[in-house]
Design a protein around this ligand. Structure first.
Ligand SMILES: Cc1cc2nc3c(=O)[nH]c(=O)nc-3n(C[C@H](O)[C@H](O)[C@H](O)COP(=O)(O)OP(=O)(O)OC[C@H]3O[C@@H](n4cnc5c(N)ncnc54)[C@H](O)[C@@H]3O)c2cc1C
Length: 384
């Protein structure tokens, strides 16, 4: 029997899932609340893993390539040269490309359609959609419902998944400093402002985005403004949003009566806690969910993603309370072989990366274990 699948959310994760399922002959509809999938621009950075996952699908959205990382902490600098470049992506171009591909495979895209709630009905899932522009309500139905509707997923909420904790992300579009090459990304560790880091990612020879993840909404914006002032960088525009904080693996499938609901992307919380990047992990989740739908449940990709997200959480636990001095010590510990490992293995293949780092510098493992032990009590308190 042909599977009839409704996907809520027409963005990266939703359209990629639609493409994967439609090309296998499923009947797919994508419901997006916005009238137009051509959203305002947003600059994202991903590893070359994206090319491995998506092949030519990602190419038209690549606007720059990053060949080295410059890491700064307490006056120390470490430079990592990447064997395969990181990709700077224009999200709106990627969404359009994926939408076109999904439609070419037979998926139907309905913009201006907002999901409101669901009602299981035996083997089918009934759900309510509000059409924009006075189009009124309609009751729709499908065998499988996929929530790809972002961090505040209404599908997840309606099907009984717990809410994600979220953190605010702030970034400013800026003119690049004169000494900044457009194929480098700068990372500053400033734990007084954020337990994460500041980034500066060039998206053209003259402009880039500078941002941070903050613990608090108000703190974040003022930290960013102070940092820009200290660096003498003038903001051109600001972007902000909340990102789901991955705290533990939550199964992305639920059975309601005889029908099935899945979550992908930010809706499933598939975001790397170490860097808060969610694009590649969202695509891996989409691959896994498509695999599970087609195979009737099991997915190797979802199991691998679970392990990957677990390793990122472990790294976050190690780094979360590092002081300036500890970051500086960490950068000092990076010798030629460890920098080589960091340049060869990227942050989407942490199994190989961590193994290689520890093999080349066992003291890094000791540093990590010590930090984990010290932070244990704190993480219990904040359940991070
Ligand atoms: C400013 C910023 C910078 C970022 N930088 C990076 C980066 O450098 N690298 C990286 O890997 N990640 C980055 N991320 C994270 C990354 O963008 C997200 O993880 C990813 O885009 C999530 O995609 P998604 O398709 O799951 O969700 P979203 O892109 O949030 O899409 C959800 C879609 O669902 C629709 N929707 C919501 N509710 C409904 C409803 N009720 N009915 C119908 N439709 C609905 C929305 O309109 C939207 O189109 C960044 C995020 C932000 C905000």
């Amino acid at each position: 029997m042909t599977k009839d699948i409704a996907i809520i959310g027409g963005s990266t994760a939703g359209f990629f899932t639609a493409h994967l399922l439609a090309r296998k002959g499923c009947k797919v509809r994508v419901y997006e609340r916005e009238e137009d999938v051509r959203l305002s621009p947003r600059t994202l950075i991903v590893t070359s893993y994206m090319r491995d996952l998506m092949g030519s699908l990602s190419e038209s959205s690549v606007i720059n390539e990053i060949r080295r990382f410059e890491l700064f902490a307490n006056g120390r600098v470490a430079v990592i040269s990447l064997k395969r470049p990181d990709l700077v992506i224009e999200r709106s171009k990627l969404i359009q490309r994926l939408a076109v591909k999904a439609e070419a495979n037979g998926a139907k895209v309905l913009t201006g359609h907002r999901f409101l709630g669901l009602k299981p009905n035996g083997k089918n899932m009934n759900f309510t959609i509000l059409r924009n522009g006075g189009g009124g309500w309609v009751e729709e139905s499908a065998n499988v419902l996929v929530g790809a509707d972002g961090a505040f997923s209404k599908v997840a909420q309606s099907a009984g998944w717990p809410k994600h904790l979220t953190l605010p992300l702030f970034q400013a579009v800026v003119k690049l400093p004169k000494d900044m090459p457009s194929d480098a990304t700068r990372i500053w560790f400033v734990p007084e402002d954020t337990p994460y880091f500041y980034w500066l990612i060039p998206h053209s020879p003259t402009q880039g985005v500078l941002g941070l993840i903050s613990k608090e909404e108000r703190e974040g914006h003022s930290s960013l403004e102070r940092f820009l002032e200290r660096k003498g960088i003038v903001p051109i525009d600001f972007q902000s949003a909340r990102i789901p904080l991955y705290t533990k693996w939550i199964p992305s499938h639920r059975k309601l009566q005889e029908s099935h609901v899945y979550l992908v992307g930010d809706a499933a919380g598939h975001v790397k806690t170490s860097t808060m990047g969610g694009l590649v992990t969202g695509f891996r989740g989409a691959l896994g969910v498509a695999e599970a739908i087609l195979n009737g449940g099991s997915s190797r990709e979802l199991r691998a993603l679970r392990r990957e997200l677990g390793r990122h959480m472990l790294m976050r636990k190690v780094l979360h309370n590092f002081t300036q001095a500890e970051y500086a010590k960490l950068l000092d510990m990076l010798n030629i072989p460890t920098k080589h490992s960091l340049g060869v293995f990227n942050r989407d293949e942490t199994d190989k990366l961590l193994w290689n780092l520890f093999l080349r510098k066992p003291r890094l493992l000791l540093l990590g274990l010590r930090s984990l032990l010290i932070n244990k009590q704190l993480f219990r308190l904040f359940s991070i």
